[in-house]
Unconditional design. Structure first.
Length: 237
């Protein structure tokens, strides 16, 4: 196959993969705690561009007040540690609710871990006001009833992989990381917003579409050149 066509096709494939990543970012620009994705490109045989892997931008999102005492946000590094059917997972989305068993959980049923009780689900009395201190202590009637487990993960972009749009898991259970208490502050009645820059994403989207159109034209031109060359050969013959 013609090298020009191969190069153009490879570029179009990478551009489409990039577009999928960007589209997911834009779709989750209003998802609390969502972290935007980027991409690493590699040049392989014959210098054809290939999307090597995605990476996640773990920068802080804006904090917005909701007034809901079960909405929690983190400022600084760290993740809420949660119990899921697949094991321990992490999230920056602090949109919680009470289960039928009065456990603090996510919409998917992942329970917030109690650092003071070996990671068991945090259970509270729904009849009493709930207060959560900046250090993650859960208080009711002036008494501490639990301690929110907030995990510190060294180099999260290298250690964690996304589970859906709101959760992360370690790439390997034994991944080298500091899974300890994070240097973070808990804000009750607030949510961390997505860190997707909508304006930047829109500009990038236009750039990707133009790049795709350029590659389409290159492929079309290459096909026309090959066709003309075949026709000329046929005439000579």
């Amino acid at each position: 196959m013609d090298p020009l066509l191969i190069s153009a096709a490879s570029g179009m494939k990478s551009t489409m993969e990039n577009l999928d990543i960007l589209a997911n970012d834009i779709a989750n620009s209003a998802t609390a705690g969502f972290k935007a994705d980027g991409e690493f490109y590699g040049l392989y045989e014959q210098q054809f561009p290939v999307l090597e892997r995605q990476w996640t931008n773990f920068s802080q999102g804006a904090l917005v007040a909701t007034g809901n005492p079960l909405d929690l946000a983190l400022s600084g590094d760290g993740f809420f540690a949660l119990n899921s059917p697949a094991g321990k997972v992490y999230s920056r989305k602090g949109e919680f609710r009470l289960s039928k068993n009065n456990e603090i959980q996510t919409a998917e049923g992942y329970t917030l871990r109690n650092a003071a009780d070996g990671g068991k689900p945090i259970q509270v009395d729904p009849s009493k006001p709930l207060e959560i201190s900046p250090d993650g202590a859960v208080l009711q009637a002036g008494n501490s009833v639990a301690q929110i487990e907030i995990a510190s993960i060294d180099s999260p972009s290298q250690v964690l992989s996304k589970l859906g749009n709101s959760y992360f898991a370690k790439l390997k259970p034994s991944a080298d990381s500091n899974d300890g208490k994070a240097d973070a502050r808990v804000h009750q009645g607030m949510l961390e917003q997505s860190n997707v820059g909508v304006a930047d994403a829109a500009v990038k989207l236009v750039s990707i579409m133009r790049q795709f159109e350029m590659l389409q034209k290159a492929m079309s031109a290459g096909s026309d050149m090959n066709r003309q060359a075949i026709e000329e050969v046929a005439k000579v013959g």
